[in-house]
Design a protein around this ligand. Structure first.
Ligand code: URA
Length: 240
């Protein structure tokens, strides 16, 4: 990999600034000043230091975000603020994208990555990744609605949903639903199919990765190695 690309991917500078950054003399490769941005380095073996700090190369980046309401889960949008606005500049340079979409008013677990192949696999209907949401409906679901939703309901476009799991927690309309698919506005449309309406929706897990309860809405952290393995499919039989 070229040194200028490496500097950009480590979040040191933008692609445009990379050549100037190398020329500044603040970059050491294996202990020696290197001013040539075009120099090829091995990110696994060579030691690169910038401004006295050793750079740690991540081939792919995986981020857990607790999405707040009001932002769209897209990489750019002409009118709306996107979830990427919550990430620092160095991560935005990595051109991360959200793995799947949550509606603007939905909150909770969103994974952002630049690992296109794993994201594609996780989202593929063939892999049936489980997604669990906490919800509140008005009016509350009745006991009779639960088996109807679980068996699959006919949506407004004629699509019949796959079997899922639903629980209702009490009289204030709260419950959980676990799906293995992700059609457009699926949960909202499923609830409408049984005569009720979603007023709160939060994703709490995706493909075995649970929303970190220590992460306040609007905050992010890197996935742990165990979570990364769940996401990439290196954790077991659900893998590639
Ligand atoms: N189902 C919905 O209706 N909205 C979401 O954001 C996610 C699932």
């Amino acid at each position: 990999m070229r040194l200028d690309k490496f500097l950009t991917e480590c979040g040191v500078c933008s692609r445009r600034e990379a050549a100037r950054c190398a020329r500044s003399g603040r970059v050491l490769v294996n202990g020696e000043v290197c001013r040539d941005g075009a120099r090829h380095i091995d990110p696994e073996k060579d030691r690169v230091v910038f401004a006295g700090k050793e750079l740690c190369y991540r081939r792919f980046v995986y981020v857990m975000l607790n999405k707040p309401a009001g932002l769209v889960s897209a990489t750019d949008d002409a009118r709306e603020t996107t979830v990427l606005s919550l990430l620092p500049e160095d991560l935005r340079r990595r051109e991360l994208f959200p793995c799947g979409r949550l509606d603007k008013d939905t909150t909770g677990l969103l994974i952002l990555t630049d690992d296109g192949a794993s994201a594609h696999r996780r989202l593929s209907p063939r892999h049936h990744a489980e997604k669990t949401y906490r919800f509140r409906t008005l009016p509350p679901l009745s006991a009779a609605d639960l088996p109807v939703l679980e068996a699959g309901v006919l949506l407004d476009d004629g699509y019949r949903t796959l079997p899922c799991r639903v629980t209702a927690d009490g009289e204030d309309g709260r419950g959980t639903i676990t799906l293995t698919e992700g059609k457009y506005h699926q949960i909202k449309r499923m609830m409408e199919a049984v005569g009720t309406r979603i007023v709160e929706l939060e994703r709490v897990s995706f493909a075995g990765i649970r929303l970190d309860p220590a992460l306040a809405p609007g905050f992010w952290r890197y996935l742990s190695p165990e979570e990364e393995a769940l996401f990439t499919g290196e954790a077991g039989p659900d893998g590639p």
